[in-house]
Design a protein around this ligand. Structure first.
Ligand code: ZN
Length: 117
């Protein structure tokens, strides 16, 4: 995959990551406004996106996605992004655009889904 495309997906992944962290930060802030104490902590928590408290307020789904995003970003850094983990063929860009954290090409993905049934 060329550098421009990699950069494109990197930005996309970073945006997804930010959106999850933002959402959880808001949830956290909402929960703080319900109580009388803890307001002092809010500024601290907001300054550290990976604060453990914030991570705890992220849903399992989002947390999984966050892990997928991080591993995709690792792959971009390691130059293995967009390669199917099963057959090592390139994943089509169209598929990656629809799902930037895709680990497998469509053929392998389909095969796995069939096996599951
Ligand atoms: Zn494959």
């Amino acid at each position: 995959m060329d550098k421009e495309k990699l950069e494109f997906f990197k930005k996309k992944l970073l945006k997804m990551r930010e959106a999850i962290l933002d959402k959880s930060k808001k949830l956290k802030e909402d929960s703080y406004t319900l109580g009388t104490d803890g307001i002092q902590d809010m500024a601290d928590a907001a300054s550290n996106a990976y604060n453990a408290d914030i991570l705890m307020s992220i849903s399992d789904n989002d947390l999984n996605l966050l892990k997928e995003i991080d591993s995709s970003l690792d792959k971009i850094a390691g130059d293995s992004y967009g390669i199917c983990e099963e057959c090592e063929e390139e994943i089509t860009e169209k598929r990656l655009e629809a799902n930037p954290v895709a680990r497998y090409c469509i053929t392998c993905k389909r095969m796995m889904e069939e096996k599951r049934i």
